[in-house]
Write a protein that binds this ligand. Structure first.
Ligand SMILES: [Ca+2]
Ligand SMILES: [Ca+2]
Length: 500
């Protein structure tokens, strides 16, 4: 009887009890498996978020129906490498000093670039240390399709990794034959951003064992394998990262005549800080590539949506069904001409906001959305809470477990995205609350946007005296002593030059 009363009290408690309840749930039931899906360069164009006109992402909608969608989640840094290290270690760039992409690694060189990270426990390693079988495939730490053997992965953080953990994706992607047709290549000659056609869009033939499909095939095998341990399965999908080369069927969803450009204003940068990348956009416009490139991005998003669907199908048909948490995140947002920018490397919401979905069987309020500001460094402590594991002291974020159970329960935290522009100097910071976005650049320039009135961040309100209290309140969230920017540790045994 006492036990029953205690159980009733337990079930009815709310608020702060949420995290306790999650912990108890994990502690008293068989351990939940974790399906951890990382997507590269996917912004808010998917239908459950901003819904770019015409976008077809039925599987993201399907995931939204069965999870909590965080609509105000932001990367820790707006570039692949620093964002991913921050997620996988739980350490924010303002603590580690890793704000930018650093190339030429062959292993976890970040351990030698940042003293704070030298002994950091990688998320997968932490789950393994607590009885999970931790396996990974595809792009989890930074790597690129075209930089063979350049990988920041830590092979020791996994029980097993698909293929070569230090060259996880470069062999998966064939390049299309570049036939000089108007459809594919008009303007794709001469001077263009990036060399060798990496910044482009074209249909490519992908066999079943190629592309992200190969990584998903591997993940499907992992979900089907017999194991007595709970599974931590990390699946890293590379599209919609450039080059936008996916099979023709995904291009066919978006006839070029129907492709709509994102909302933009020609004078948008007049009241904003330059991102220093305007030349890319000029090239796109001068070569009449804008619609073609947006089409390639949309096709790549639908391709990755299809791969997500394959993962969910298999999960639902596997012994893991109903016993698996799902977390899906992307490493940062993406511009397709908004503010004359392409790719990322900026601090506007278009760059920093990322889709974030969390499903926990029996806990998450599936189908709900929350505007709770979140930084992706919150993921590590969130997953620890939801799985009933301790959070390592290295983590700088704050668990979102309460919002997973009670999406309306917004706490006062803000998000924090930090970046060092142009390869050196002090970091700049972007902060969001539930309504406003504040950006402070290293030279002191400020931007403030009211996202409730101005979703596209067109009008900089930083000098509006009516909003000075708001601005000062957001400034309270600036980091006090952010770490200095670090460069590549050339003496590290994980420096690629030493391995080739
Ligand atoms: Ca990325
Ligand atoms: Ca503007």
């Amino acid at each position: 009887m006492g036990l029953k009363l205690a159980l009733i009290a337990f079930l009815f408690c709310s608020g702060l009890c949420g995290a306790v309840r999650a912990e108890s749930f994990a502690g008293t039931s068989p351990r939940l498996n974790v399906l951890f899906i990382a997507i590269d360069d996917l912004n808010d164009y998917i239908s459950p978020l901003d819904h770019h006109p015409g976008i077809r992402t039925p599987n993201f909608e399907r995931l939204a129906r069965r999870s909590v969608l965080f609509t105000n989640a932001h990367c820790a840094a707006p570039a692949c490498h620093p964002s991913r290290v921050a997620v996988m270690t739980g350490v924010h760039p303002t603590r580690s000093g890793i704000y930018r992409n650093l190339f030429g690694a062959h292993g976890p060189r970040w351990r030698h670039e940042s003293p704070v990270l030298e002994d950091a426990i990688v998320l997968s390693q932490h789950f393994r240390d607590h009885g999970y079988r931790a396996v990974g495939g595809g792009k989890i730490f930074h790597t690129l399709q075209w930089t063979k053997g350049d990988s920041q992965n830590d092979p020791t953080a996994w029980d097993a990794y698909r293929g070569d953990p230090l060259d996880p994706i470069s062999a998966d992607w064939p390049r299309p034959a570049f036939i000089k047709t108007k459809d594919q290549n008009d303007g794709f000659t001469g001077r263009r951003p990036l060399n060798n056609f990496y910044f482009g869009a074209a249909p490519v033939e992908l066999k079943a064992e190629q592309g992200d499909g190969a990584v998903v095939d591997w993940a499907i095998e992992q979900m089907s394998a017999e194991t007595t341990q709970p599974l931590f399965l990390a699946v890293g999908l590379f599209r919609p990262h450039i080059p936008w080369e996916v099979p023709q069927e995904w291009f066919d969803l978006y006839p070029e005549s129907e492709v709509q450009l994102p909302e933009y204003r020609d004078d948008d940068l007049d009241d904003a800080h330059s991102h220093g990348r305007e030349a890319w956009h000029r090239w796109v416009v001068e070569n009449n590539q804008w619609k073609h490139l947006v089409r390639g991005y949309l096709a790549s998003v639908s391709y990755v949506d299809h791969q997500l669907g394959r993962l969910l199908d298999r999960l639902d048909a596997s012994p893991l069904a109903g016993k698996t948490m799902i977390v899906l995140w992307t490493d940062h947002g993406f511009h397709l001409g908004e503010k004359q920018n392409w790719e990322k490397f900026a601090l506007w919401e278009q760059t920093t906001r990322t889709p974030l979905f969390i499903h926990v069987p029996g806990i998450s309020q599936d189908g709900a959305r929350t505007n709770q500001p979140a930084t992706l460094t919150d993921l590590y402590p969130t997953l620890c809470d939801l799985a009933g594991l301790p959070t390592p002291p290295q983590c700088t974020g704050k668990s979102l477990a309460i919002q997973v159970e009670h999406p309306d329960q917004i706490d006062e935290r803000t998000s924090l995205t930090s970046f060092v522009f142009g390869g050196g100097g002090k970091p700049a910071h972007g902060i969001s609350d539930t309504r406003y976005r504040y950006i402070l650049y290293a030279d002191g320039f400020e931007e403030l946007y009211d996202l409730q009135q101005d979703r596209n961040e067109f009008q900089n309100l930083a000098s509006d005296p009516k909003l000075s209290d708001t601005k000062n309140r957001l400034r309270q969230s600036l980091p006090e002593n952010p770490a200095a920017n670090v460069g590549p540790a050339v003496d590290s045994p994980y420096h690629r030059a030493r391995n080739r």
